[in-house]
Design a binder for this molecule. Structure first.
Ligand code: ACM
Ligand code: ZN
Length: 604
């Protein structure tokens, strides 16, 4: 009796120790919160836990509904929770110095309490809560198996470093479905990003229905393809409303971009009278920059753009409208009698000032509609419009200059923010536009330039990454280019600078990749080597492959075959004794794999 009692107690003790060991809180949140304390022990998250909201505030209820959908809890109650385990979403009164996007999240024995002064802040707290739960919470339709779930006990006080946390997507060069745009917005929301910059018009395609100018989409949305076919399409105004409403339910603002005066060949193909020469034009089939732009002399051009913007503003409630302004050659203006007349009449000394005149007029118009103008940094040339916000893309000089002039700026330099650039060795990667921007380099980005005084630095609203799609033909490839670099950018714009640490970020990413797997995102998997290399040797050679994702494995082949089908699992450095072609991939637990890399070895 005594003996078996002893054995039983020992068993209980061992299983207790074992379960404590198993349940060491493993918190991996991206973006890393500003302040977090992890308490020992775990908190149960029962299937039937009720959700309470502190009021019937409509946005708070949107957040509550979203949470319920993710965690498989149906419905919510309005009021203070009764005793017992519950989730309480509480709007608290605004306080001076409190960031309205911030939140407090406490998970403990008595339940989960999430507080913010805004529904948006509550929503960000929900995103954090989701990342305390198993990755399956990101599965389509939300968490299904719920029994026995436990989450870490945490006390988190969090707020974003920057107010502007954006992601851009070019739908002009290639077009993506409404369903995909929603998925992209979900990815922003998951990363606590808040602006979706929708690049809707381009030389190669006009993508937004404008009722007053039907030819914009009838003609301007279709371009010829090399094989004699056509490529194109557009979003109807109903679809735009659907996307904007969806984004609002994810607390993401949608900023439309309607390009002018350059990058407008698709519009000119539809309405050639808006050009200097009168055309005719075809929707552009090549990438790059066109000399044909809107005429800055003809009144008709301003009427047209104001009509277009009026419809656009009716669809997009966000305070900011992007009007492009980049890459506008002046060769047509230089020869155009209307443009030259305008310059004489307005006392403009050169075509730069004519561009400035164009943008200022549009800004004045936007002001009458209670909207603020955003433009690429070329809008500084010839004098910036009085209240314009600058998006600095040709490096950071434009952003610095604008901030010094007292303008708000959004940093988006090609060096760290252009997600159309290669993220690995071009020898292995799918074709991209060029450049080289690794995950680590994105992560290292510091949006506030050192050149600014603290007062000037207040004008840096934040940063965003841009996904230009000349070489991104489909949705899978958008995902590949955007992720995981979006995760790195999310920490750049959210997490306090002193907490940014690439090693720790990489550790957090291991869990984050599992979340992306649940969302069926075609993210880029790190490759077993970062550069294409070939080795010449005489006797033998040792080749090491590098696995940077715990739980993933490397598969390799030595006979040139596809490592995903016949490959062996890499366990130790390979000793090579002949000329050989090694192929290798990193394969995640989900089966999602990296592009194959190749290593050539040559024995002499
Ligand atoms: C740009 O990349 N042309 C803004
Ligand atoms: Zn002209």
């Amino acid at each position: 009796m005594r003996k078996s009692g002893f054995v039983f107690s020992l068993f209980v003790l061992i299983s207790f120790v074992w379960s404590c060991k198993r349940e060491t809180p493993d918190v991996r949140i991206i973006p890393e919160p500003a302040q977090m304390t992890i308490e020992p022990g775990m908190v149960s998250f029962p299937a039937n836990m009720p959700i309470y909201t502190s009021s019937d505030d409509s946005l708070l209820l949107v957040a509550a509904g979203y949470l319920g959908g993710r965690v498989g809890i149906h419905g919510y109650k309005i009021g203070i929770p009764a005793a017992g385990h519950s989730i309480y979403l509480e709007l608290v009164p605004p306080a001076a110095g409190k960031n309205p996007e911030g939140y407090t999240l406490v998970t403990g024995k008595t339940g989960i309490i999430l507080q913010s002064t805004s529904a948006r802040g509550v929503f960000y707290g929900i995103q954090t809560l989701l990342q305390l739960l198993p990755p399956e919470v990101y599965e389509e339709g939300g968490l299904k198996k719920q029994s026995g779930i436990r989450i870490p006990a945490v006390n988190i006080q969090d707020e974003p470093r920057y107010a502007w946390r954006g992601m851009h997507l070019d739908v002009g060069r290639h077009l993506f479905s409404v369903e995909f745009i929603k998925k992209y917005i979900d990815l922003l929301a998951m990363h606590k990003m808040n602006v979706f910059h929708w690049h809707l018009t381009e030389d190669q395609g006009w993508r937004i229905e404008i009722k007053k100018y039907p030819r914009l989409t009838e003609i301007g949305s279709m371009r010829k393809t090399a094989d004699g076919g056509t490529y194109g399409g557009f979003y109807t105004q109903d679809q735009i409303r659907e996307v904007v409403a969806y984004a609002a339910s994810r607390f993401v603002d949608v900023m439309p971009e309607i390009e002018m005066p350059g990058h407008s060949v698709a519009a000119l193909a539809a309405y050639p009278e808006l050009s200097c020469t009168g055309g005719p034009f075809e929707v552009r089939t090549k990438w790059g920059v066109s000399d044909d732009v809107y005429c800055a002399g003809k009144e008709r051009v301003f009427e047209f753009n104001q009509d277009v913007l009026s419809e656009v503003i009716g669809l997009f409630p966000f305070n900011y409208v992007h009007i492009g302004g980049d890459e506008c050659p002046k060769v047509r203006w230089d020869k155009c009698p209307d443009c030259q007349k305008r310059m004489r009449e307005e006392g403009l000394k050169d075509e730069m000032e004519l561009q400035s005149y164009f943008i200022r007029r549009i800004e004045k118009f936007l002001e009458t509609k209670d909207r603020r103008l955003v433009g690429w940094d070329e809008i500084l040339e010839g004098g910036i419009a009085p209240a314009a916000t600058v998006m600095s893309w040709r490096g950071v000089a434009g952003g610095i200059e604008a901030a010094k002039q007292g303008h708000d700026v959004i940093m988006s330099p090609t060096s760290h923010c252009y997600f159309d650039y290669y993220q690995g060795d071009p020898k292995f990667e799918p074709r991209a536009i060029g450049g080289y921007l690794t995950l680590e380099k994105v992560y290292s980005y510091e949006p506030t330039p050192e050149e600014l005084t603290p007062e000037e630095a207040k004008h840096v609203m934040g940063a965003q990454a841009n996904v230009w799609t000349e070489y991104i033909p489909d949705e899978k490839q958008v995902e590949y280019m955007a992720l995981p670099r979006m995760s790195a950018m999310a920490e750049v714009v959210w997490t306090p600078k002193n907490l940014r640490d690439y090693e720790k970020f990489s550790h957090r990413m291991v869990r984050h990749y599992e979340r992306l797997d649940q969302m069926k995102v075609n993210y880029r998997v790190p490759t077993p080597v970062t550069r294409a290399e070939s080795f010449v040797f005489t006797d033998s050679l040792v080749i090491s492959l590098h696995n940077s994702v715990l739980g993933a494995e490397i598969l390799y082949s030595l006979d040139g075959s596809d490592p995903m089908t016949g490959g062996q699992v890499y366990t130790e450095p390979l000793v090579i004794r002949k000329s050989i072609l090694i192929k290798a991939v990193t394969r995640m637990k989900s089966g999602h794999a990296s592009v194959p890399v190749e290593i050539k070895t040559e024995m002499r």
